[in-house]
Design a protein around this ligand. Sequence first.
Ligand code: ZN
Length: 385
Amino acid sequence: MQHGHTEHDLAAMRAALTLAARGPVANPNPRVGAVVVDRSGQTAGAGFHAGAGTPHAEVVALDEAGDAALGGTAYVTLEPCSHTGRTGPCSEALVAAGVTRVVFAQTDPDPRAGGGADRLRAAGVEVVAGLLEGDAESLNRSWTFAVTHGRPMVTWKIATTLDGRSAAADGTSRWITGETAQADVHDLRAACDAILVGTGTALADDPSLTARHPDGSLRAATPLRVVMGRRDLPPSAQVLDGSSPSVQLRTHDPSVALAALWDKDIRHVLLEGGPTLAAAFVRAGLLDEVVAYVAPALLGSGPSSVGDLGITTTPTPYASISRTSPPSGPTSASARPCAPLSAPPPRRPPPPTPPPPPPPSPPTGPTNPPPTLPPAARSSPHEPA
Ligand code: ZN
C-alpha cells in the first residue's frame, strides 16, 4: 500500500515515528506521533501521545498548527481513530481543521477505534495508508499483539543454569544470574504493564516484583504486581508492601487471569515464575515470548525451570537444535531478544504446516562459539550476586 508517497512524506513520517517513541512504553494506549505540514510543505505542528488520559497525537499537532493546517497534510504513525474517546475522534478533528491529505503508517487493529481512514475518505480527504507500517508496529509491539489477540501479550522471563535448573536443591536461586542480567530484568519489568508470579514463588522467595534503578530506588513507571493462585499470602509479603500496586488473582487458569488483567488495562504481562505457573501457561498456549538468562553453571539437581508439560516425545519444532554463542560474562548471559514461542500444545498431533523453529537468539557477547567445552565447564562456583 506504499504508493502515492514522496521523499518528503517519508521524512515527515520518520519525524512522526521519532515523536511517537517519546510516549510511555508501558501503557494501555499505543505510542503515536503526528506531524502536520501546511500547504507549502512547512511543518506547522507536531505532537505525540503521552499515554492514557492525555490528548491524542493528532490533536496535539493540530492545536499547534492552528489555521496552518488548512489545506495541509497530516502524518500519523497510527490510523486516526474514529471512536469517541476523551478527545473525540481524531479523524473528525482532522477534517474540521481542513487537512486535505492524511498519511498514516499502521492500520489500527483495535475494532473500537478503526475505520478512521474510511471516515476521512468519506469526507473527501486523500488518504495514504501503510507508509513505514512495520516501523510503527514494532514501536507498539506488545500493544499490537494484545489488541489483535484480545488478551495481554505474555513474556516469560526465565533464569536457569545450563542444565535447566531454576534453583539449587536447597531452594536458593538468587545467585543464578549476575548483576548485568538483573539490571536487564529491571528494564524488562519497566517495559511491561504487569509482573506475574504464582503463590508458590511468592511464598518461597518473597519477591518485591518492583522495577528499580541500579541504586535500588523505584522507577517512575511501576508495573502492577500480580500473584496468581489460591493460597493466602502473609500480610508481611513484600508484594503487599504498598510501594507499588499489587493484586492477587485467585485462579489457576491462565486464560481467566489474562482476562482479568485485560480488564485492568494490562496489555503486556511479564511472567516470572515459578515452574508450575510457567508450565500452565505453556500448556494453555499462552506464552508468546521467552527472555532467557542462562547462567554458565551446572547444578545437577534442584527444581526444573518449568514444570511437567506432559511431553513424552520430541515435538517437531524442537527437532533441530540451534547452537548459541557463549555468554558475555562470567556469571550471566542474556539471550535477548527472543523469538516468539511457536511450539504447538503438547499431546496433540502436529499441525499440517508446523511453524519454523525459533531462530538462534543473538547474544550480547562474543560471536565465536568455543571449539570444544561449553563455558560452564570452565566456570568457577558462583557467588551470591
Ligand atoms: Zn485519536
